[in-house]
Design a protein around this ligand. Sequence first.
Ligand SMILES: C[S@@+](CC[C@H](N)C(=O)[O-])C[C@H]1O[C@@H](n2cnc3c(N)ncnc32)[C@H](O)[C@@H]1O
Length: 211
Amino acid sequence: MLNNKGFDLWAGDYDKSVNISEENNEYPFAGYKDVLNYIYNQVREQNGSNVLDIGFGTGILTTKLYNDGYSITGIDFSNNMINIAKRKMPNATLISWDFSKGLPDEIKNSRFDYIISTYAIHHLTDKEKISFIKSLFNILSPKGKIIIGDISFETRDELERSKARYKELWDNDEVYFVAEEIKEILNDKYCCTYIKISHCAGVLTVRNRRF
Ligand SMILES: C[S@@+](CC[C@H](N)C(=O)[O-])C[C@H]1O[C@@H](n2cnc3c(N)ncnc32)[C@H](O)[C@@H]1O
């Protein structure tokens, strides 16, 4: 699993390396642009102005929202990623924080209309993902949405087939979610939907059932 220093080293080349994998339609970034565009359109479609991005990286998605006038808060633990994003979004609140420790104090009393995260949550185990997602409801507006785009699969079989296909490339330190498993756990209390975007990516949306 890459730590913050690993991401610091990747930061300068990040956009380029993502593009190569995306353009070849290969794991891990097949569908990357479509995942980001889908989330961008979801946020743009409805009212709301406060966005939290978890693991914003170089800020590819959040910069578009920032330029559209959204108020952007972000969490990331790589100082080099933060510096790149800060240059693009000088007035955003970008917090240096390791989200495996939960949420930083600075935002515990905030309310966000959208909490988005792309290609970052696979750094948590499945159990950690569930409790992290649940904790996000403490800082989500009642009618808000949590929208998570990541390497992910509809079923465990699909994940296993992809793992076999990409065995040389497969990153065994990363934990990709399986939509039907995560939905089964979260659907009890929350409304949870998944849309498949590419052969190895999709977007999970979680919101409060009452609204
Ligand atoms: C693959 S990049 C994705 C960046 C961006 N969201 C995107 O879609 O291009 C993952 C990002 O999550 C951050 N990250 C990974 N694990 C983290 C953690 N435990 N706490 C905070 N940030 C983390 C990394 O520093 C990196 O910027």
